[in-house]
Design a binder for this molecule. Structure first.
Ligand code: HEM
Ligand SMILES: *[C@@H]1O[C@H](CO)[C@@H](O)[C@H](O)[C@H]1NC(C)=O
Ligand SMILES: *[C@@H]1O[C@H](CO)[C@@H](O)[C@H](O)[C@H]1NC(C)=O
Ligand SMILES: *[C@@H]1O[C@H](CO)[C@@H](O)[C@H](O)[C@H]1NC(C)=O
Ligand SMILES: *[C@@H]1O[C@H](CO)[C@@H](O)[C@H](O)[C@H]1NC(C)=O
Length: 428
């Protein structure tokens, strides 16, 4: 090759080069898929027998966290090639991966990939494109369990494609085992593998689909329903149900059954909101061990909440028992004070849980890499609920206090008042 390029560039030589290039381009054995929605070009070439390599070409805008192809019709058990920007963003990394389901695929180190020098990130017509031009060695025949292309090569070889989330989740790494996130879009296509078999590699794929069929002619938007349900339910819990229950617990003590009802609803919502959260935890390697701050704080909050529910039930029983002893004339100050203190602990633990839920929703938004604007919006909303509730709290507190001051009030809190009030009352 070196001597080839050191030839003097005579016009005849140039003409020869030009003609051979053109004839190569015309006879190129390659499958090319152009995806306008994501400005992506995928090229696949199979070298002639006996080689079992696969030559591949992928180009996509570098604002996607990654662009990936897979040899098969589903994510599960297909060889996936995931391309993302290198650490210095001058070139790309291509990581071979594998998964058995709809979960983050893991790096498989025994698949050998060579990237050719033209793999890079470069400014093409105003958008930065990441481009991989490489060879996956012996990839037509991989260890059992890993689907690649069917043998003999089929005219309707199934292929998949996916692009990772945009700018909010940047990734630039040389680590082939780098963490990636669930895609925002995926597609399905077939290639005519026999027509893509021949010498010369992928050549220079352009934006014309050749020897390939884009199934349904469009990308599918990847759904994120479980995550959305999880987020919305917890937002309802922290911004509406929790403050409502706190109000009921603090100011409607006359109807303790109402608090039992609202706190029951509250707890049911929390458990319901947790279910999709646990399901989506299995999607990514980072969250599979439940170790992120959002997950850890969430679990602590739920354990705390479970304890406080039990504690509340026990406390309710105790209050009833104490009330019974008073009714039977056995008034003694000690159990009264005890239930009052335990009640305070219950109330403050409840408030703490509410604050933890508010904070943890913020951590969840961070974990799901929502835009800063969105996280700020949530913070303002959470703060707004607080500010909105303070005057209500104050009013209710003031009113109940005034009511408690009135004579012959049968509020339970009065039971704790020293007998001097009774004394005054009966001396009037
Ligand atoms: C963190 C990594 C990934 C996660 C958590 C993930 C998760 C999922 C989930 C939950 C679905 C179901 C459909 C939907 O929700 O819209 C799905 C489908 C799909 N994924 Fe992924 N994925 C990941 C990476 C990849 C990669 C690297 C590819 C490479 C091509 C890919 C290609 C596809 C395709 C083509 C489908 C539709 C076909 C099917 O159901 O298998 N995914 N993925
Ligand atoms: C990147 O590769 C393309 C071919 O894929 C080439 O045209 C371009 O000059 C390269 N850019 C840089 C900066 O190397
Ligand atoms: C891809 O790499 C091969 C081998 O180095 C080269 O012949 C071909 O021109 C490259 N294609 C592109 C589009 O850069
Ligand atoms: C395809 O590429 C040609 C030049 O190679 C360009 O003129 C044309 O606009 C491109 N079409 C699309 C849809 O990008
Ligand atoms: C293509 O469209 C058909 C009908 O609209 C649908 O049943 C099928 O699931 C789609 N296939 C893919 C891969 O999106």
């Amino acid at each position: 090759m070196a001597s080839f390029f050191s030839q003097p560039s005579s016009p005849r030589w140039l003409l020869y080069c030009l003609i051979s290039q053109i004839s190569l381009a015309l006879s190129q054995s390659v499958s090319i898929l152009f995806i306008p929605e994501t400005n992506t070009i995928i090229g696949i070439n199979f070298p002639p027998e006996p080689s079992k390599d696969i030559n591949f070409y992928i180009t996509a805008p570098d604002w996607y966290q990654y662009a990936a192809i897979g040899f098969g019709s589903t994510m599960a058990n297909s060889l996936l090639l995931v391309m993302y920007p290198s650490a210095d963003r001058s070139t790309v990394a291509v990581s071979p991966r594998f998964t058995t389901g709809h979960t983050e695929p893991t790096y498989i180190s025994n698949v050998r990939i060579t990237l050719h020098p033209s793999s890079n990130i470069s400014d093409s017509t105003g958008t930065f494109q990441m481009t991989a031009n490489g060879t996956c060695h012996d990839c037509q025949l991989l260890p059992s369990g890993l689907k690649t292309v069917s043998q003999p090569l089929s005219a309707t070889q199934e292929m998949i494609f996916a692009v990772g989330p945009g700018n909010a989740s940047p990734l630039a790494s040389n680590d082939l085992d780098a963490r990636i996130r669930r895609h925002v879009g995926h597609g399905h296509f077939t290639i005519n593998a026999p027509l893509a078999t021949g010498p010369g590699g992928v050549g220079s794929p352009g934006n014309a689909t050749t020897n390939a069929v884009f199934v349904n002619n469009s990308m599918s938007k990847s759904s994120n329903k479980a995550a959305t349900v999880h987020g919305i339910l917890f937002a309802i819990v922290a911004l509406a149900i929790a403050p409502f229950d706190t109000l009921v617990a603090a100011f409607l003590q006359k109807w303790p059954k109402l608090h039992v009802f609202t706190s029951g609803t509250y707890f049911a919502f929390v458990l319901g909101a947790m279910v999709p959260g646990i399901l989506i935890s299995r999607d990514h390697i980072l969250t599979q061990k439940m170790g992120t701050p959002h997950q850890a704080l969430g679990l602590v909050t739920i354990i705390l909440m479970f304890s406080i529910v039990i504690y509340g039930i026990v406390l309710g029983r105790m209050k009833k028992a104490v009330a019974a002893t008073i009714n039977f004339g056995g008034a003694s100050a000690a159990p009264m004070n005890k239930t009052a203190i335990l009640g305070k602990v219950h109330a403050w633990a409840g408030r703490l849980i509410w604050v933890l839920l508010l904070v943890n929703n913020g951590l969840g938004l961070k974990l799901s890499e929502q835009t800063t604007i969105f996280v700020l919006g949530y913070s303002v909303l959470a703060g707004g609920v607080f500010v909105f509730l303070i005057p209500i709290y104050f009013c209710l507190w003031y009113c109940t206090k005034a009511r408690k001051g009135k004579p012959l009030d049968d509020d339970h809190e009065l039971d704790n008042m020293p007998s001097i009030y009774d004394h005054e009352r009966y001396n009037k």
